[in-house]
Structure formats: structure tokens, C-alpha cells
Design a protein around this ligand. Structure first.
Ligand SMILES: [Zn+2]
Ligand SMILES: [Zn+2]
Length: 361
């Protein structure tokens, strides 16, 4: 497995590549068909907004006895809808974050720059939690880069995504370090909006059934309420799952890896405690948690006590290469497996063993 990986890396043609400019995602807008789910979601939001405003709020505003609560509902609904739209657009347009390209004084993540044969660096002492079984740093054969913790390659985006949660076709984007907050808030506002629509419109729907309401209006109200109910149920379950993941300091990928390995869900290496875990998704300032600004600080390259990872990885690449060279010269073919350092003792979380499966993606 390793040999084929290494030979694949050595076969990569990077000659025409300007690492400072290379961004496979810039062609994203050349594939309009992949924006169909986004269009579908926008149509649903627009349709529900139209039904709620024109068949529920505006008729109630015409009567004195229903004016005040209709106005309150309309203001609340439009505020939530606006926030929902902003969060949705930001989760589509915000880059989830990728491994930095080579710069003049920093090419620490560049696999080929460190070892033209594509051999991996020994990860012990780098502060990386997630390593291969052999103890080497994980790398991506498609991007020819070392992978920071929680980073995975996305086949759709054709790049490695920092703190990758999952690829979401409904936003035609990956959910990762850069846009996780916007994705989380867009779910939250979707839950609130669908609940407002369903619960406040029930009476209007009931009234429309027993009167001489025009068929189109009655159908629109029924359809709107049913759609809001169905979407509300789905989004609420999904949102609850994401709240749970956030409190457990896990991404969806890490949850799936733990499920497959049947390990405890309480053993995340990135657990910062209850409030710390919320801050790592919604940002440091609680006053701005529910607004689509102030995403979490940091680079997305290192977590917990691993802030110095890049430098140490760089040094370790050289050390690891020397060790392998000497081992090779001696003709020893022992595996380089080592006990992980104490800081990496929770290696069962994240993609240590599973890294190979993600590399092949
Ligand atoms: Zn990659
Ligand atoms: Zn993706």
C-alpha cells in the first residue's frame, strides 16, 4: 500500500503547476449542474416565504384584532429568514480552508519539496495526533502535501479540506474549518423558520379549510404547512446531531470513523470542555455566536496543544528521512512503528488508520 502510494506520488506531474495560484475550486462555477440542489433549496426558501407572507401575514394585518400578533410574527419571520439566507450564502461562498500553498519562506506541508520519492515523515514528536499505523505523518497523494490533523481530501472539491466535516451537495461546498459556523447557523435558522411557519400558520390553514377560500390559496397554505413540517422535522434532527457533534468536539467524518471502529464517542482528542467546544465552532465571543460574523480564530492547521506543528513537522521531515536512509543502508526492513507520544495518545480518534481510506478518495 505504502509502496504504491509513494510511486504514485513520484509519478505526479507537477511541472506546470504554480503552487501559489493553483486552486481547483476556482472552476467550481463552471459546472452549473452541480448548483441544482442549491437552486432547489433557494426555491423552497422563496416559496415558503411567499406563502407565509402573502397568505398568512398580510391578510391578518388587515384586521385590527389580529394586527399586533401578525406584525410580531412578520418581523420575527423576516429577521430569521434574512439570517437564514445570509448564513446559507456564506456557507456556499466561504472557503472551508485548505492546506496552505507553498510560499517564499514556508513550504512545510509540501510533500514533494521535502522528499522527491514521496516517502512520509516520521510524525512522532511533531504534535500531530493523527498518523498512519506506521507512525508516519499522513499525506495526500492527490495534493502531494502532508495532512494536518482533522484534514481530509474531498473528491468533489478536489482538494484537502481543513477540519473537514463532510461535503454537502446542498451548499455545493465542503463543510470545514472556514465555513463550519455558517453551516451550523444556517441549520439553526432553518429550524427556527420552519417552526415559526408551521406553528403560527396552523390556525390560518384550519380557517381556510372551512370557508370559501379560493382553491389556490387553500392549496398554497396546505402545501406550505406540510413542507414546513417535513423540512422542520428533517432539519431539526440534523441540527440536533450537529449540536451533539459540537459538544463532543467531533466532525461528522470523525463520528463515522469512531462508529466503524466502535470506539467510545467520549474520547475526542480535541475536546476543550463544554464552552471551549462551542467556541471552537461559533467563535470566541459569545455575543456574536448566533450572528454570521466572527468565525473561530486560528489557522485550522493545528488543534489543542499542537500550534507549533508546522515547524516541528518540517524539522521532523529531515530527521525522519535521515533515519529511513540509515535504516535502508543497513538493510533492515523493520516497520517504523513507534509508540505515539503522550500528546498523541488518543490516536483512535480521527483518521489514523482510516487515513488510508481517505487518501484513496
Ligand atoms: Zn488532498
Ligand atoms: Zn468537498
Amino acid at each position: 500500500m505504502q509502496d504504491s502510494t509513494f510511486s504514485d506520488v513520484s509519478k505526479l506531474d507537477l511541472s506546470g503547476l504554480d503552487p501559489l495560484k493553483f486552486d481547483p475550486r476556482k472552476n467550481r462555477f463552471d459546472e452549473p449542474a452541480k448548483f441544482l440542489p442549491v437552486t432547489f433549496v433557494l426555491c423552497q426558501i422563496g416559496g415558503l416565504w411567499f406563502v407565509y407572507m402573502f397568505h398568512h401575514c398580510l391578510p391578518l394585518l388587515r384586521h385590527n384584532e389580529t394586527f399586533s400578533h401578525a406584525r410580531a410574527e412578520m418581523i420575527a419571520f423576516n429577521f430569521v429568514s434574512t439570517m437564514l439566507l445570509i448564513c446559507y450564502v456564506k456557507s456556499i461562498l466561504t472557503h472551508p480552508g485548505s492546506i496552505p500553498e507553498k510560499t517564499a519562506d514556508d513550504d512545510v506541508w509540501n510533500l514533494v519539496a521535502h522528499d522527491s520519492r514521496g516517502s512520509g515523515a516520521d510524525a512522532s514528536g511533531t504534535g500531530l495526533h493523527e498518523t498512519k499505523r506506521s507512525g508516519e505523518a499522513r499525506h495526500c497523494k492527490w495534493c502531494a502535501k502532508y495532512k494536518p490533523d482533522r484534514c481530509h481530501h474531498c473528491r468533489v472539491c478536489r482538494m484537502c479540506i481543513l477540519k473537514m466535516d463532510h461535503h454537502c451537495p446542498w451548499i455545493y461546498n465542503c463543510v470545514g474549518f472556514g465555513n463550519h459556523k455558517y453551516f451550523f447557523l444556517h441549520l439553526m435558522y432553518a429550524v427556527i423558520a420552519t417552526n415559526i411557519i408551521f406553528w403560527s400558520m396552523l390556525r390560518t390553514v384550519k380557517n381556510s379549510l372551512g370557508s370559501d377560500t379560493p382553491f389556490v390559496k387553500m392549496f398554497s397554505l396546505l402545501f406550505g404547512a406540510s413542507l414546513a413540517c417535513l423540512l422542520g422535522l428533517l432539519v431539526t434532527v440534523f441540527f440536533c446531531f450537529h449540536i451533539w457533534l459540537t459538544l463532543k468536539a467531533m466532525t461528522t467524518i470523525e463520528f463515522c470513523e469512531k462508529s466503524m471502529k466502535r470506539t467510545s464517542y467520549d474520547a475526542s482528542a480535541y475536546d476543550r470542555g463544554f464552552w471551549g467546544n462551542i467556541r471552537s465552532v461559533l467563535g470566541e465571543n459569545p455575543a456574536l455566536w448566533f450572528l454570521p460574523v466572527n468565525p473561530p480564530s486560528g489557522t485550522g492547521l493545528a488543534y489543542a496543544s499542537t500550534e507549533e506543528t508546522p515547524l516541528r513537522l518540517s524539522q521532523d521531515v529531515e530527521v525522519g528521512r535521515d533515519i529511513r536512509k540509515k535504516t535502508h543502508e543497513k538493510g533492515a526492513h523493520k516497520p517504523t512503528s513507534k509508540k505515539r507520544s503522550s500528546s498523541a495518545g488518543t490516536g483512535e480518534c480521527g483518521g489514523s488508520e482510516a487515513s488510508s481510506s481517505h487518501e484513496s478518495e
